[in-house]
Ligand binder design. Structure first.
Ligand code: PLP
Length: 328
């Protein structure tokens, strides 16, 4: 039996982080409900402080550290949103944070992290490159590493999204979860399956460079090449030495859906033009999967809208019709 995060861990996380995070709204989408013939609700983590659910896991992880560990300074690598969450949580607890980012991280996310007072280091062209610098700072300067997903405290924190869904809509039959390293999917699936026995939980990723999807298909953690995608927050590997999120996703997810860049762009456009929401690519994949007809829900459905931190120029270009936005 794999060591897994379960409902009591997620409930403990919810109590612990409550003073630091927002309880986000669950909003009915008239348009998607009409189109799919079932009630479709949007869980609006784009309205979370820092613009994504990542604040939940980062806050829970930091609160679990000793004063002494926090005082040594925190370090992490990120596709952007986890770094911003760690920087925000560190600031609210009076700790120092260093965030290592690859050159693929969009400028708006880099700026947001800097403006929270974190020390930002741009290293190489992939999450793996950024992680090397994290390991060095951990080894040589004694900074405390805050993992982006493969960590029990982080998973339990992300799972609080699922507890809120289970409380707000106990008749939920299907939850669509953006999937990258699998911290969000593991935590939400644990909470949903623990509380709503008959609900299905499905991960959604992009077609190119989806490490968890490829690893689940291979039956073990594997590396995939990181490529540019509109769902930039879904890039990066799951770690060949993955301990928690791979086994949890393998045992808890009912399915994984993969989307093209055009389909993700359509999700971003729908969010903006129909729902009135500014959503980044990763946050739009659940809506995109429904719009693309890649899943047919048979009852009340919840889409986790995981984040809203999209570069404004890219957003304008996509909403006005292009699917790629500005040239890379
Ligand atoms: C990090 C992130 C995800 C994926 O979360 P994992 O725990 O890595 O699977 C999805 N959406 C957004 C907006 C994110 O920042």
């Amino acid at each position: 039996m794999v060591m897994m995060v379960a409902v009591p861990d997620v409930e403990a996380a919810r109590r612990r982080i409550a003073p630091y995070v927002l309880r986000t709204p669950l909003r009915l989408s008239q348009a998607l409900s009409q189109r799919l013939n079932v009630p479709v609700h949007l869980k609006l983590e784009n309205h979370q402080q820092t613009g994504s659910f990542k604040l939940r896991g980062a806050t829970n992880a930091l609160l679990g550290l000793t004063e002494e560990a926090r005082a040594r300074g925190l370090v992490t690598a990120s596709t952007g949103n986890h770094g911003r969450a760690v920087a925000h949580a560190a600031k609210s607890m009076g700790a120092r944070a260093t965030v290592c980012l690859s050159a693929l991280v969009p400028a708006n996310k880099v700026e947001a992290i800097r403006s929270l007072g974190a020390d930002v280091r741009i290293v190489g062209y992939s999450q793996d490159d950024a992680m090397q610098e994290v390991e060095r700072l951990n080894r040589e300067e004694g900074m405390c590493f805050v993992p982006p997903f493969d960590d029990a405290a982080v998973i339990a924190g992300q799972g609080t999204v699922g507890l809120e869904v289970a409380d707000d809509l106990p008749e939920t039959r299907l939850v669509l979860i953006p999937l990258s390293g699998g911290g969000l999917a593991s935590g939400v699936a644990a909470a949903i399956k623990g509380r709503l026995a008959s609900a299905k939980v499905v991960g959604v990723s992009m077609e190119q460079g989806a490490a968890m999807a490829a690893s689940l298909a291979a039956g073990r953690p594997i590396d995939v090449q990181e490529v540019e995608t509109l769902a930039d927050s879904l890039g990066g590997g799951i770690g060949l030495d993955n301990r928690l999120t791979f086994p949890m996703c393998r045992s808890l997810l009912d399915d994984v859906i993969l989307l093209s860049e055009e389909e993700i762009a359509a999700g971003i456009r729908h969010a903006a033009l129909i729902e009135g929401l500014t959503v980044e690519g990763a946050g739009a994949v659940g809506m995109a999967a429904l719009l693309a007809g890649k899943i047919k829900p048979d009852g009340p459905t919840v889409v986790i809208v995981s984040g809203g931190n999209i570069d404004p120029a890219t957003h304008r270009a996509i909403v006005s019709g292009g699917d790629r936005g500005v040239a890379p």
